[in-house]
Write a protein that binds this ligand. Structure first.
Ligand code: 5CA
Ligand code: ZN
Length: 421
């Protein structure tokens, strides 16, 4: 898929350190190993039916910050992101609104692209929609079936059988074990599976958590002919195949929002390990979920703050268009791993901070802060699990005092935080 024009990153003197990151899978801070000075990142992309809300923006901004940290440390990056452009919620929304699913997806992908561009996000190097990879995904399902790790569940009303992944078989035959990514007990896994697209109650499965690999064609649903029958891909196998095709196995970081830890990232890792004999990624990093009006921001509840509506000033209660740098600052004021609620007043707070920084950078004072020292502090915080709230506090203080090299601070804030002063 076409992406968007990348923002220009100013060059900074010297280099930062490779960031240490919290790895959900190990529960520890780690420096994921980086081979050949090249970090590889996969971030789970949107299901294009109600993009782009601030929760999405927070997730992509966290990984945009990670890419900036790696680049500042002199590490080359390869970044891949998928688009789940065929899946139940998208098809349900299309049916409910009487819109063709393909047009709905295309329209939402275009909006996402424009929102990401306006927010100054680094674009993925590989931006891959599921519908562009049906053959390799079906091929992977066929290989799992040959390996004895996929089995059929008879399916009334479909043209063939649905295929499921055999959790116990994978634990027996591969290096992957249930719980490798998600540090949860079985009961919680079962609850989350039911809430997040799984079907633990379905009859005929070998294990309640076994996830769908291939959904046999149903009347009225899009489907593709394949060696595993006419149908469409399950959710986790899509990311296993797109990620390992784009980046190879054992890439540096698998990322997404905290709602993806289980079952999605657990089973994306399971499928990939079964297919390649290698782990999916070295570290699994997750962004805290953003709430609005007391609940997790989600398309199903409808409590959304849409980036496009902030940017054009049409979000309820706004009287002018938001500055993209203010939206970034409103998010970056929170640590990416914390769960927090967006209040409508947050944009005003962020805009005031941005105005104060823009005024502060031009302020000449008798005892200005050393821009070199400020840059060093920013780099230290960035390397410490992307501690953007501390970076923001450092800049509040420095720009209140005035700085001895405004150009350096302007470039640093642009390169590291994507905020334009
Ligand atoms: N297409 C799948 C991933 S393969 C998906 O989860 N799509 S999504 O559109 O629902 O979400 C896109 C990304 O935004 C995911 O990484 C998801 O974890 C993240 N996300 C969704 N809601 C929130 C939220 N409220 N706060 C933070 N991140 C969120
Ligand atoms: Zn995914």
């Amino acid at each position: 898929m076409r992406t968007w024009t990348p923002p220009a990153l100013p060059e900074l003197p010297g280099t930062g350190a490779a960031p240490r990151l919290f790895n959900t899978a190990s529960g520890r801070m780690e420096h994921p190993p980086i081979a050949d000075e090249r970090a590889t990142l996969y971030v789970c992309g949107i299901t294009p039916y109600d993009a782009t809300h601030l929760g999405h923006a927070a997730t992509y901004l966290a990984f945009d910050t990670l890419l900036r940290a790696w680049r500042d440390a002199g590490i080359a990056t390869v970044y891949a992101q998928n688009i789940t452009d065929v899946d139940d919620p998208l098809l349900e929304r299309a049916a409910a609104t009487g819109v063709d699913w393909r047009s709905l997806a295309d329209q939402q992908i275009a909006l996402f692209r424009s929102d990401m561009h306006r927010l100054g996000m680094l674009p993925p190097d590989r931006f891959v929609a599921v519908t562009e990879r049906i053959d390799p995904i079906a091929g992977a399902v066929a290989r799992l079936r040959e390996a004895g790790l996929a089995y059929a569940v008879p399916t009334a009303g479909a043209e063939g059988d649905d295929l499921y992944f055999d959790t116990r078989g994978a634990e027996r035959d591969t290096q992957w074990r249930l719980g490798d990514v998600a540090p949860y007990d079985r009961e919680l896994m079962q609850t989350l599976s039911a809430e997040r697209g799984g079907d633990p109650e379905r009859e005929g499965k070998r294990h309640p958590l076994d996830p769908l690999l291939w959904r046999a064609a149903r009347p009225g649903e899009p489907s593709w002919a394949s060696p595993v029958g006419e149908g469409r891909p399950g959710w986790h196998i899509e990311c296993s195949v797109i990620a390992t095709d784009a980046l190879g196995p054992a890439f540096t970081v698998q990322g997404g929002g905290g709602d993806l830890v289980f079952p999605h990232h657990e089973y994306t890792a399971a499928h990939a390990t079964a297919l390649t004999g290698m782990p999916l990624a070295h570290a699994y990093c997750h962004v805290g979920l953003i709430s609005y009006q007391g609940h997790k921001m989600s398309k199903s509840l409808g409590n959304l703050v849409l980036v496009s509506k902030l940017l054009d000033g049409s979000h309820a209660g706004l009287n002018k268009a938001a500055d993209p740098s203010a939206i970034r600052l409103g998010i970056l004021a929170h640590h990416y791993r914390s769960e927090w609620e967006w209040f409508d007043g947050d944009l005003e707070v962020a805009t005031r901070r941005l105005d104060a920084w823009r005024a502060g950078i031009r302020r000449s004072t008798a005892q200005p802060a050393s821009a070199t020292a400020v840059l060093q502090q920013l780099r230290q915080s960035l390397a410490n699990d992307l501690d953007t709230p501390v970076m923001v506090a450092t800049l509040d203080a420095a720009l209140d005092q005035g700085v001895d090299d405004p150009e350096l601070i302007r470039d640093a804030v642009d390169a590291l935080l994507g905020v334009k002063l």
